[in-house]
Every structure is written in structure tokens, then in C-alpha cells.
Design a protein around this ligand. Structure first.
Ligand code: TA6
Length: 297
């Protein structure tokens, strides 16, 4: 066993419910198995890789072609996009925290027998070269019959900063063509596939081709209705007024080396965000929390 994995097991193992393993290339992963659910959380990126509540099919999707390499983004799970969402000239897409090793600050069982992991990341010389601010970022992952992720941004510096961000959740669906997202009816979105044209949503979101949209001014819960698996996933949120819905479809998928052929049919991203015009300014000494709570309805 690699020394770093050994250290995590000595410090944080919860007998029979939480242990640490090497996810390949020395990357530590928390493996959770409780009466309520199983889950896997990578310390690189503080990225939930899997969550399956007892008695249900897997909820969080992970590509079969995902690559687990230090410093490389992983296709699937719940990447944390921060301190910017999307592309930025000459800088890593979706920010820089999804490819960094976070520290594990605490692992415990709560009063409801849910397993709670608290992961953190602060600024250092290398983050300063990409984004010159002092910060402390914390993600609390609560694994139970629902999955909650709360991302707290604290400004530890002396000047305000502005962020965009996402809990970029990938979900398993039976078939994307027989899936609908409810909760965004009547909401405007920026359509990335149409050069960010502002468009109004009528009815549920249905999928017949590449879909990449930033829904704005929305605090609504979303319901992913899966007609093949006959289940509804609920995504509730706080601290967010935008939601991104993404499926790459056939052609965009082919441009993604870390997706296997045809996988787009079994996945869908419904992302809890502050994205597009939804930007958060955090004053010195202040904090902002973005959270998503996922459940099977
Ligand atoms: O959230 C949707 C999106 O921004 C898409 O435009 C798509 O590129 C996707 O994220 C994945 O981004 P990634 O950098 O992980 O390949």
C-alpha cells in the first residue's frame, strides 16, 4: 500500500464504512459504503465520482474512458469548477481546482448516520500565478439517502474578488432521448450551441441533439425524469441563480477523447452554478456557499 493511502487510512478510516484506496497513479480515493449508500470521492479535485443510494441504480455518471492522472480533469462525477466557469483565454477551462489535490480536513458520521467528508484548498504560489487572490475553499460532501455538496468560498485576502462556479454534476440516465428536465419552464437561457443566443424555455427540456445552455435567474429545483429507468432525480440548490444543462450528443462526444463511443446516450449534466451573468463578489473576510442536494424522488 502506498504511504499516502496508508496515512489516510490511519487518520480517517471509519471501520466498515470509509476506507481509502489508490485510484491509479497514486491518486487517493475515499470509498464509502454505508447502510444508506455507496460513494467514491477523489481527493484530486474533491470530486465525487460515484453515488448510489441503497435500492437504486447508480445516480452519478462516470465515463468508462475517464483518465485518472495527476493534474488531469476527470470526465464524469461532480467536478468542482472554480473560480471561473467555462473557458478563459490561456487559462485552464473551468478553473484550476478540479485538477488539484485537496486536503481532507475531516471525515465523520453525523447524527443521521450519513458519512461526511470535509475537503479544503487554499491559495498558494501556483494558484496565485493563475488567479491572484487569497482564498479558502471548502467542500462538504454528505453521503446518505441523498447526496449533498456544499462549496464554501471564503475571501481570506484584503480585496474583494468575483467568481463564477459550478458543481458540474453528471447523471446516469436510461436513454437521453427519453429523458426530460422539469423546473426550467419559462426560464431564459444562453444557448452555447447558438453562439450564446438568449432564448426562452417553453415546457420541459427535451433532448434531440447537442444541448449546452446556461439557464439564468433561476433558483428552481430541477427534476430529471427518466422514462426508461422510470425514476425521477431531484436536484435542489442554494446560493445559485443559474443552472447549466449539457449533453454533447454524438459529434461533440467524438471530440472528447475521455468519452467512449455512444456514452452520451446514458448521461446528462444538470449543473448547480453561478455562471454567465450570475457572478458572485465576495468581500474580504466574507464567504459564499453554493450547495446542491441530489435525491431519487
Ligand atoms: O457545462 C457545460 C460545459 O461548459 C460544456 O460547454 C462542455 O465543454 C463541458 O462543460 C465539459 O467541459 P470540460 O472542460 O470538462 O471538457
Amino acid at each position: 500500500m502506498k504511504p499516502i493511502i496508508d496515512t489516510f487510512n490511519r487518520r480517517f478510516r471509519v471501520a466498515g464504512q470509509l476506507q481509502f484506496a489508490d485510484n491509479g497513479n497514486g491518486l487517493p480515493v475515499a470509498e464509502i459504503q454505508t447502510a444508506q449508500a455507496s460513494a467514491r470521492v477523489a481527493l484530486q479535485g474533491a470530486q465525487v465520482l460515484a453515488w448510489q443510494p441503497a435500492g437504486h441504480k447508480p445516480v452519478i455518471w462516470l465515463s468508462q474512458a475517464a483518465v485518472f492522472e495527476p493534474g488531469q480533469a476527470v470526465r464524469g462525477g461532480v467536478p468542482v469548477c472554480w473560480p471561473w466557469f467555462g473557458a478563459r483565454d490561456g487559462l485552464p477551462a473551468h478553473g484550476f481546482v478540479r485538477t488539484r489535490l485537496w486536503e481532507l480536513r475531516e471525515a465523520s458520521m453525523d447524527a443521521a448516520n450519513q458519512l461526511v467528508l470535509r475537503l479544503g484548498l487554499g491559495d498558494d504560489e501556483s494558484t496565485r500565478t493563475l488567479w491572484d487572490y487569497a482564498f479558502d475553499l471548502e467542500l462538504v460532501v454528505t453521503v446518505g439517502a441523498s447526496l449533498t455538496m456544499a462549496l464554501m468560498t471564503r475571501n481570506t485576502g484584503e480585496e474583494p474578488f468575483t467568481i463564477t462556479q459550478a458543481l458540474h454534476s453528471y447523471f446516469c440516465v436510461g436513454n437521453i432521448g427519453q429523458t426530460a428536465v422539469q423546473g426550467l419552464e419559462g426560464t431564459d437561457y444562453l444557448d452555447k450551441v447558438q453562439n450564446f443566443a438568449l432564448t426562452g424555455q417553453t415546457g420541459a427540456v427535451e433532448f434531440t441533439g447537442e444541448t449546452d445552455r446556461i439557464y439564468i435567474n433561476t433558483t428552481a429545483d430541477c427534476r430529471i425524469e427518466d422514462r426508461v429507468w422510470q425514476r425521477t432525480l431531484r436536484v435542489a440548490k442554494t446560493g445559485s441563480t443559474s443552472t447549466v444543462v449539457w449533453n454533447p450528443w454524438r459529434e461533440r462526444e467524438q471530440a472528447l477523447p475521455d468519452m467512449a463511443a455512444g456514452e452520451y446516450q446514458g448521461m446528462l449534466c444538470v449543473e448547480t452554478c453561478n455562471a454567465g451573468p450570475d457572478q458572485i463578489t465576495v468581500a474580504p473576510g466574507c464567504a459564499h456557499t453554493l450547495s446542491a442536494c441530489i435525491s431519487v424522488a
